[in-house]
Write a protein that binds this ligand. Sequence first.
Ligand code: GLC
Length: 622
Amino acid sequence: MTTHAEPATEPPVSAAEDNDDETTTDPGWFHKAVVYQIYPRSFADSDGDGIGDLPGIISKLDYLQKLGVDVVWLSPIYTSPQDDNGYDISNYRDVDPIFGSLADLQQLTDGLHARGMKLVMDLVVNHTSDEHPWFIESRSSKDNPKRDWYWWRPPRQSPVGGGGAEPNNWGSAFSGPAWEFDQATGEYYLHLFSRKQPDLNWENPEVRAAVYDMMNWWLDRGVDGFRMDVINFISKDTSLPDGPKAEGMLFGDGSPHFMSGPRIHEFLHEMHLEVFAGRDKPLLTVGEMPGVTVEDAVLFTDPARREVDMVFQFEHVALDQEDGNKWRPRKLRLTDLKQSLGRWQEALAGRGWNSLYWGNHDQARAVSRFGDDGQYRELSAKMLAGVLHLHRGTPYVYQGEELGMTNMSFGAISDYRDIEVLNHHREATTHLGHTDAEVLAALAPLNRDNARTPVQWDATRHGGFTTGAPWIAVNPNTSHINAAEQEDNPDSVFSFYRQVIALRHAEPVVAEGDFSMLLPDDEHVYAFRRSLPGSAAGAAAGVAAAPGVQLLVLGNFSGEDRTVELDGGGWGDAEAGADEPELGHYPAELILGNYPSDGAGTHAEITLRPWELKVFRRQHNN
Ligand code: GLC
């Protein structure tokens, strides 16, 4: 195994140094790709046990192809006790029987490939299940060869009283301490998530070799890449110091000691060399990285450094909460959102690559969170799609988002299934003195079960998701929000997603153009320009010279009419004077919008109707 210990800020290997591991394919193929995330448990159930499964997914492949996505990311389907819905894996090389078999997975892979789509697997290697044979061995005795595969520490003497206590003050992401005491050997093990998700010790080269071996096994079976779960948590400060403890909190925050830790760049580069280098087909790697800074993201995604293709950052999904605490929701300010996403666009331009998302299985539903899931549900869902997908980066569509699915209105705590919610409710009502009603109210907007209600296929009982009893309730609004109604309706949210996805495939300016944020101080209108100079447009079209192309994207994030004035019509050049702003010397065309008529589009001022999206395109000769 190769190991590198270069300082984090230096490229581990220069591009010139070893080009024998260059893939023979277009390294930027994913710039024009759109990824669709499937959370298998909630997608489609084929056998009536109430839980989605692989044959269910296979039955929907034509639907995915019709939508036009290029890649499917599958949340974990591996053998698992399902403590965290599969993010606790007990066998990395098999499929859990609730989802099907390896043969089903092969059929799914082949079915996707036959339709020109790729399959990206979830890779959960910050931790395993406590039922994984590695952990069972590790916990069996202090001198087991796998003892050091996990983070075991003796109790620390508590300052008063002398009794043993957790080795440090870290809290787990799912409430309670991040340590669990093991009677048999008298030590604690670290679990940043649930006690059934012990953290692997990546300091141990055997652990890394075992993970790379498993990843190679999957790639050899034909999968096309990995979405890497909390991958910036794998390198920890090995002294495991206490973290800061905020007032009113029961535990310290260990994240400064494990988020993008000391050896993270080294580990990811090593993974690249051991797993991805030299493979001659287009693969996709995306690292889920809570707390990642934009500066670090540049290092993670700079292609010359060979770490990952892109990261999921969390900044824009923390703006609607106090102190990054999802149980303390607050109203989002559009200016904060623009400031954040704009900064990421700018910082990664020409150096790294963005992933773009409004939602996933850990986040609230996009239209409920960023749009209006009442009167303007369809308009706002379409506007959100246009605004997100026309940024620079690879967009991700979370299952049901393409239908404008909404948050769920859960009743009692017994309606919830997510371990994060259940543990928080228990802790807040027993240790923090909150009432059940207070906790339920705080949970409602941002809890993860909002996104985990089953996909709404039709208006029948249980939304066509299952013939049995669903593992979590189907949203009753399946009566009018469902795929059957939308698939062939040209005005549906689904059809709009098709258009937006097709636009990325057809227009090189969407995949490769520069990004400029406009109107940064406007509290209601999100506006930006994309520009691809003639030389780049020519290269994209395989010809020497082509006109430059620009897009102007305007999205109204409010339920009222909003009028905006854009300097030079927003096109960023002198020719387009104030009298003829959107035209200048070069006519602009409205190429995408979410209202049936194009409304006001040829005046110095542009008025946007509630939640309106307008996308203008022009060509120019400079
Ligand atoms: C990631 C997953 C989330 C899971 C956690 C622990 O954040 O997306 O669903 O609970 O990691 O694996």
